[in-house]
Design a protein around this ligand. Structure first.
Ligand code: SAH
Length: 213
């Protein structure tokens, strides 16, 4: 299956029917072929609205959830965005179409290397990748206009809250790994942080330290 005009139309229709309505987000998702990020036996199912397994026991998120999170993040063209949880690289590729620069971190070196190869193959030049524990963010590159976590934390990590610019937005799933989690949006104000609960979600947990692979 290829990301031809018919497949794109169906893919975009299914995103819209799940509430992804922001025109810039839909255009970005039309520009990124999910099959490039889902390899092996599951690539046949790249355009279905389902999470799918990738290497290292991780998953590429469901497209509609990627769309809703990206929409909630409200990315502007001049923004510097930090993503925690590179995984396949799919979410970072979509952010790269919406922002000036994207920094993405994963705790598995092998996932980061694969994602970097796909970015190069697709001539995406505004993503910088890191292998590290993303809970600590990237103090050297801070502050960020937008921060997105694609792994669930029990609470928003303190270093990430500190690295958010005043006026900036962070979107993340919070909750216990095997229970229902909520997607929340944190906005940094002059005087503190404002929290909104968006919807129930299910993500892999944010883990400490580096992965072995
Ligand atoms: N955004 C990804 C999906 C990510 S799945 C995509 O579009 O495909 C969640 C990812 O978070 C996994 O790859 C996992 O290794 C990573 N992760 C979990 N804890 C982490 C941490 N502390 N720092 C960085 N990455 C982490």
């Amino acid at each position: 299956m290829t990301f031809d005009a018919d497949t794109k139309m169906q893919f975009l229709y299914s995103l819209r029917s799940k509430g992804v309505t922001d025109a810039r987000v839909l255009t970005a998702m039309e520009q990124v072929d999910r099959a490039d990020y889902v390899r092996g036996i599951f690539s046949e199912r790249a355009y279905e609205d389902m999470p799918l397994p990738i290497a290292c026991g991780q998953t590429i998120s469901q497209p509609s959830v990627v769309g809703l999170m990206t929409q909630a993040l409200g990315v502007n063209p001049r923004d510097k965005v930090l993503e925690i949880g590179t995984g396949s690289g799919y979410q970072a590729a979509i952010l790269s179409k919406l922002a000036r620069r994207v920094y993405t971190i994963d705790r598995y070196r092998s996932l980061v290397e694969k994602a970097r190869a796909v970015f190069a193959q697709n001539q995406i030049a505004n993503i910088t990748t890191f292998t590290a524990d993303g809970s600590y963010g990237l103090p050297d590159q801070a502050p960020f206009d937008r921060i997105l976590l694609t792994a669930a934390a029990e609470d928003p990590p303190g270093p990430l809250l500190a690295q958010l610019r005043v006026g900036g937005i962070m979107v993340l799933p919070v909750g216990q790994s095997d229970a229902v989690q909520s997607l929340i949006r944190v906005t940094r104000l002059d005087t503190g942080y404002e929290y909104d609960e968006l919807r129930a979600v299910r993500f892999v947990p944010l883990l400490e330290g580096l992965g072995k692979e």
